[in-house]
Design a binder for this molecule. Structure first.
Ligand code: LLP
Length: 385
């Protein structure tokens, strides 16, 4: 447990539930990533979708990262925060005309294009503005990320990206599109990838597709390999910071880079997951014959991952650290849904109404996925200095 008694007594005076962000850990994580990627001159864009809380965004921007956006509002937000427009990329399978137009007006670095039809639309909209849009083709490499099916994106059965049999059509469309400049190829095969061999397979596939373009006379300036690096949800204290060195080394070893070419990454979770926790208070304890329940004042409306992906998050009782008498509880929220459960049969010290509960590794895809279901208030945030 990383929390000292002073921090915990600070929590006691706060209204719950709230997200707690350890900004010192965030800075350390960003620094570790930056120094490991700088070693190979790799460019990292932070995937805003993981957490677009302004304090987090400012820290990420100040550490020198670019921004990977998936909506017009994310593009706007990144620019407002002060990310360099030349480091803003815009991906997404369903960009609206309004979103494309605004991104064109902002002269962002690149659109990651996800379908043949989108190519024609961006060409048409850029033409009306007499501009040339820089684009990268998001290609579906059909590589299995070996992660949860709901966060797998790089298989042919997924909606994302352009399939390989459509690439010839793409090159034909590109030849007739005077308002598009193809600068690279883009891949993202899924999230929470913990088997690093998956990234080796991705490199092999990228090399193959890269050669295909080269053979057809397309010189690509950028190879974008996406994000997906996983974190340790089970042992957050032992593995607070991901092994970025090992991760980037794989791409240095297995990706064939031509002179002058840039390698881009889009990391989200690996940068922000461990610095965030959800803090909640026990409202009620129900002791049953077969099951005991802890009912929290936080629910799936504050942290959706367990309900949506059966995701595991470590749960601890901050108020009873010394108590050795443990009991198994189902830790649930107050929302009127059976899936509103943070963990089943969680072994915790015997707990009481009013105890503070912490749900760990919630900095990525936590606060940003909160909803107003049941007319819940938007969850607050508290920061360490
Ligand atoms: N690039 C693209 C094109 C993406 O779609 C994503 C995530 C990323 C980068 C960043 O991936 P990361 O490094 O964070 O794995 N809500 C789910 C995760 C959804 C991921 C969506 N795409 C969860 O809570 O597990």
């Amino acid at each position: 447990m990383i929390f000292d008694p002073v921090t915990i007594s600070g929590f006691s005076s706060q209204e719950t539930p709230f997200y707690y962000y350890d900004l010192t850990l965030l800075h350390k994580t960003l620094l570790a990533c930056k120094s490991a990627s700088d070693k190979y001159d790799f460019h990292v864009h932070y995937a805003l979708k993981a957490n677009f809380n302004e304090q987090i965004l400012n820290a990420v921007k100040n550490a020198g990262f670019g921004a990977d956006c998936v909506s017009g509002n994310e593009v706007k937000k990144a620019i407002e925060i002060g990310f360099d427009k030349a480091k803003v990329v815009f991906a997404g399978v369903g960009k609206s005309d309004k979103e494309i137009n605004e991104a064109l007006d902002n002269d962002i670095f690149c659109f990651n294009v996800e379908s043949v039809q989108e190519l024609s639309i961006i060409n048409e909209l850029a033409g009306k503005k007499n501009k040339k849009a820089r684009i990268a083709l998001r290609i579906n490499p059909n590589v299995d990320a070996l992660t949860h099916q709901y966060i797998t994106t790089g298989l042919e059965e997924n909606k994302f990206g352009i399939n390989q049999w459509e690439l010839t059509t793409c090159t034909e469309v590109l030849k007739q599109s005077s308002h598009l400049e193809l600068i690279g190829i883009h891949f993202h095969i899924g999230s929470q990838i913990t088997d690093l061999d998956v990234f080796k397979s991705l490199c092999v596939k990228v090399n193959e597709i890269h050669n295909w373009f080269n053979d057809r006379g397309f010189q690509l300036r950028v190879l974008n390999v996406g994000g997906g690096l996983g974190v340790d949800y089970h042992q957050p204290d032992q593995n607070q910071i991901v092994d970025f060195e090992q991760y980037f080394k794989i791409f240095d070893q297995f990706l064939e880079r031509r002179p002058g070419q840039e390698i881009h990454f889009e990391l989200g979770r690996a940068l922000v997951a461990q610095c965030g926790s959800l803090i909640s208070r026990i409202l009620y304890v129900k002791n049953g014959l077969k099951k005991n329940f802890i009912i929290l004042d936080a629910g799936m409306t504050e942290l959706m991952r367990p309900a949506l992906y059966q995701a595991f998050h470590k749960i601890e009782n901050l108020s009873r650290r010394e108590n050795s008498n443990t009991i198994k509880y189902d830790v649930v929220g107050p929302i009127c849904e059976s899936t509103d459960c943070f963990g089943k049969e969680v072994e915790l010290p015997e707990s009481e109404r009013g105890d503070l509960i912490i749900i760990r590794t919630a900095g990525a895809y936590g606060e940003v996925m909160a909803s107003g279901y049941n007319l819940r208030e938007h969850v607050k945030s508290v920061y360490s200095c």
